[in-house]
Design a protein around this ligand. Structure first.
Ligand SMILES: *[C@@H]1O[C@H](CO)[C@@H](O)[C@H](O)[C@H]1NC(C)=O
Ligand SMILES: *[C@@H]1O[C@H](CO)[C@@H](O)[C@H](O)[C@H]1NC(C)=O
Ligand SMILES: *[C@@H]1O[C@H](CO)[C@@H](O)[C@H](O)[C@H]1NC(C)=O
Ligand SMILES: *[C@@H]1O[C@H](CO)[C@@H](O)[C@H](O)[C@H]1NC(C)=O
Ligand SMILES: *[C@@H]1O[C@H](CO)[C@@H](O)[C@H](O)[C@H]1NC(C)=O
Ligand SMILES: *[C@@H]1O[C@H](CO)[C@@H](O)[C@H](O)[C@H]1NC(C)=O
Ligand SMILES: *[C@@H]1O[C@H](CO)[C@@H](O)[C@H](O)[C@H]1NC(C)=O
Ligand SMILES: *[C@@H]1O[C@H](CO)[C@@H](O)[C@H](O)[C@H]1NC(C)=O
Length: 249
């Protein structure tokens, strides 16, 4: 049977037990939309969870466990923070699991025994900075656009924006090969952003622009994206002359 006492009665009943609580898992930053678990050992036969919002106000009601709880007993704070007792006995261990949202930035998760709460802040990782594009390499009928890999721990994927075909391509790679666009003497632009698990990204740092002076149309460009690959097909151009590109900041 699940026993979750209110924090007040928990304090009254067990205030003679003092622990040295510690977070055994407290990530320095967390990713949006990716469930995360913090782990706490209260060092005592009681354990309490409290969540404070950005203003320092309590979120929901605290969850408290005692030596009378069973391992596996769960609790909930505000419906968003789920706790579970993982180790019973004289030194209780419990996990709290939640899915970070932007408004949880700077929330404080507290854990401990009576009178000795320790803190773990919820820090949402920064938006990944935009990758730095490298030079485009031109081949007879295609181009390759590479960029610097993102160091963000919350990277989801890269979005490459090709204005000439008004298309945004998602990829996990750090370069993309495309057919030389079909429109004659038109300026084309390619830019890349790093998208995090919350769908956030920084504006592209720059945009590679080039003009392909194609003597004949490349026709029927098709880009079909599946989960893991991008299939590109086009009708071959016989000759391509005078390709160049410029870098605009
Ligand atoms: C509790 O959290 C820790 C750290 O994330 C994890 O290794 C462990 O498997 C979790 N235990 C349970 C029962 O969820
Ligand atoms: C979070 O806390 C830090 C340090 O206390 C502060 O600089 C920052 O502005 C806070 N962010 C939010 C979103 O409240
Ligand atoms: C824990 O966080 C609360 C609220 O931000 C703060 O008042 C308290 O001083 C912190 N305790 C520790 C040990 O840092
Ligand atoms: C990524 O690199 C930038 C610039 O070098 C640095 O400021 C940032 O702290 C790094 N982030 C991570 C998660 O390593
Ligand atoms: C692609 O680039 C065009 C032109 O710069 C811009 O208007 C559009 O918003 C971009 N699309 C995305 C998805 O970034
Ligand atoms: C990127 O990799 C992840 C994990 O392997 C996968 O789920 C996702 O579909 C990939 N995204 C793209 C655009 O290929
Ligand atoms: C592309 O432009 C070049 C130079 O202006 C011209 O000679 C060629 O015929 C054009 N190709 C097409 C398919 O319009
Ligand atoms: C892309 O999809 C269209 C319609 O399903 C199909 O006709 C075409 O052959 C596909 N192209 C590639 C390169 O797979």
């Amino acid at each position: 049977m699940e026993i979750i006492l209110s924090f007040l009665s928990f304090m009254l009943l067990f205030n003679h037990l003092d622990g040295t609580p510690q977070f055994t898992t407290c990530p320095s930053s967390v990713c949006l939309s990716q469930p995360v678990t913090y782990e706490c050992n209260s060092g005592a036969d009681t354990l309490a969870w409290i969540v404070l919002d950005t203003n320092g106000d309590r979120v929901g009601s605290p969850v408290a466990y005692t030596v009378f709880n069973n391992v596996g007993d769960t609790g909930s704070i505000g419906g968003q923070f789920i706790t579970v007792l993982t180790v019973g006995g004289s030194s209780l261990v419990s996990n709290i699991t939640f899915t970070p949202t932007l408004n949880m930035n700077n929330y404080t998760v507290q854990c401990g025994a009576v009178g000795t709460l320790v803190n773990c802040s919820i820090v949402i990782a920064n938006i990944p900075s935009a990758p730095i594009p490298s030079s485009i390499t031109f081949y007879s009928d295609s181009l390759t656009f590479p960029w610097s890999p993102s160091n963000s721990s919350c990277l989801s994927h890269y979005n490459v924006n090709v204005t000439s075909i008004e298309y945004t391509i998602s990829t996990n790679d750090t370069s993309l090969s495309l057919p030389v666009p079909s429109t004659n003497d038109t300026e084309h632009s390619i830019s890349v952003v790093a998208v995090d698990t919350g769908g956030r990204y920084m504006d592209p740092v720059d945009q590679r622009t080039f003009v392909a002076d194609v003597p004949e149309f490349v026709t029927n460009i098709q880009l079909n994206q599946t989960d893991l690959s991008i299939d590109v097909s086009w009708e071959e151009v016989k000759k391509i002359i005078n390709q160049y590109f410029m870098l605009f900041l």
